[in-house]
Design a protein around this ligand. Structure first.
Ligand code: ZN
Length: 485
């Protein structure tokens, strides 16, 4: 076969390709949005454009399964254009966007509104549907209507969507399990938090650390354990969002060991900040779940290395600076932008030797692609895959400044002034530059498109012979029906 008959659109020349197992020097040729060839310069086809990326690293773009772009409903904080611009600047080529917008993504009607808003995106995206108490009847429609995953708020956060009862959660898991779509869990137990926050407010606690007191780590451990049982019972695939504590790693580890399809993510703030930062940052650090003790950070770092925590996400949660800076902690909105700073912050840890570049590729791209049904088209630099690429300069240093974030209405970050080494200098989505030489390509607004779940087969049949609620509502379990008369 003569490769020379092909004409590539683009060749990235002289870089170092990285996957989870190895790094190697190779040119990468791209055609029609896909990776056409990987190899030595003299094996490359002719290309319309050749970019010199000598001594730079070629990573699969980050896949961030946890962002809030706030549109529709809260566009004074962020919208799909600004949020996806921030992703492009941060080397992130695919995001999954959460349903706590206004209106929430709770039925096909709102899914279509979300898709319309998303049509401005610079990067590819998945869309979450909501699993709540009052939309169990809408779940089938959301599945056939094209959501990429579900989100269940076991604890309250921005938007104040009521948490479903455990009964409603179980039925929701039963309905979603056969689709194979993953259910991401805000795993904090609402009743514990509501009780404690009321008691703390009555006692006059308004300081930043009161936020931790209202949401001690037991709320996460209890919720993860309960959700893992429901997942094992129903065969639903689940994902634990924003792991913040050492103790929730125990039910996560145990569930994995008994074969539950459960994955977990953490975010840079839980790895890089701890209780010692509260006095300095005040209400800016308020996030759900809270940033906890240094010992929690150390445990999560270890779990990232061993694979108990599968991936890094950001919980990109933009609010205006005014909404964040409050003297009374309960009035400060929770969360902060993250999608633009994740890769530089984590590459800075690579530069410091805390994790390898190969392992970073695994937790930022390979594992999310595999867990959320995007593999093998995304999450890897391989022939035939989408050319979703972050070109990284591991020598380059920048200082994180809120004033330059592309989340232009949410320019506030707990990482203000942090110097980071390791910067994504180009970002390509399906072969097209959306960021080039540290500048956003404005014209790529609208280039992003919704992902399709490739591995949408059910992960498992329910591991029990009991009826689902939907089946039970039709009549007695068939094996028992003969004796029922
Ligand atoms: Zn979130």
């Amino acid at each position: 076969m003569n490769d020379k008959i092909f004409t590539a659109d683009l060749i990235l020349a002289g870089g170092i390709v990285v996957n989870s197992r190895a790094r190697f020097r190779a040119d990468v040729a791209i055609k029609d949005g896909l990776i056409l060839a990987i190899g030595a310069p003299d094996a490359m086809p002719r290309a319309r454009e050749i970019i010199d990326v000598a001594s730079k690293y070629i990573l699969p773009g980050a896949i961030d399964v946890h962002v809030h772009f706030r549109e529709p409903g809260y566009t004074h904080k962020e919208d799909w254009r600004t949020g996806s611009a921030a992703a492009a600047m941060g080397g992130t080529t695919t995001i999954f966007e959460m349903p706590n917008t206004d209106p929430p993504t709770r039925s096909v009607k709102e899914l279509r509104e979300k898709q319309a808003a998303a049509s401005k995106a610079h990067v590819d995206y998945g869309i979450y549907g909501l699993l709540a108490e009052d939309n169990i009847g809408e779940l089938e429609g959301l599945i056939t209507g094209g959501v990429n995953a579900f989100k269940c708020f076991m604890g309250n956060t921005f938007g104040n969507l009521p948490s479903p009862s455990t009964g409603a959660m179980l039925e929701g898991f039963e309905v979603i399990a056969p689709s194979g779509l993953r259910i991401s869990l805000h795993a904090e137990t609402a009743s514990i938090m509501a009780w404690r926050q009321e008691r703390l407010m009555a006692a006059g606690r308004n300081d930043p650390l009161a936020h931790i007191a209202a949401r001690p780590a037991i709320v996460a451990a209890e919720a993860v354990a309960r959700a893992a049982e429901l997942a094992g019972w129903t065969g639903a695939r689940v994902h634990v969002l924003h792991i913040s504590s050492a103790i929730e790693l125990r039910p996560l580890t145990e569930a994995k060991a008994r074969g539950v399809d459960i994955t977990g993510e953490t975010c840079p703030c839980y790895l890089l900040l701890d209780t010692r930062d509260y006095a300095r940052l005040g209400s800016i650090i308020r996030v759900n779940p809270p940033v906890r003790e240094h010992s929690d950070s150390l445990a999560i770092w270890e779990a990232l290395q061993t694979g108990v925590v599968d991936m890094i996400a950001t919980d990109h949660a933009p609010h205006t600076p005014e909404e964040k800076q409050q003297d009374i902690i309960w009035r400060a909105d929770c969360g902060f932008p993250g999608v633009e700073t994740q890769m530089p912050l984590m590459l800075n840890e690579v530069a410091k030797g805390r994790i390898s570049l190969e392992h970073y590729v695994k937790i930022s791209s390979e594992n999310p692609a595999q867990s959320f049904g995007l593999w093998p088209m995304k999450g890897r630099i391989e022939i035939g895959a989408h050319a979703d690429i972050a070109v990284v300069d591991m020598e380059r240093t920048e200082v994180i400044r809120a004033a330059t974030l592309h989340s232009v209405r949410a320019r506030i970050t707990p990482f203000e002034g942090v110097s980071v080494t390791g910067i994504p200098i180009h970002t390509l989505v399906r072969g097209r530059f959306v960021q080039r030489d540290r500048s956003l390509i404005e014209a790529t607004s609208g280039w992003g498109r919704q992902v399709t779940n490739i591995q949408r087969m059910p992960q498992a049949k329910p591991r029990n012979t009991d009826q689902t609620l939907a089946a039970a509502l039709q009549g007695p379990f068939e094996a028992l029906a003969g004796t029922a008369a």
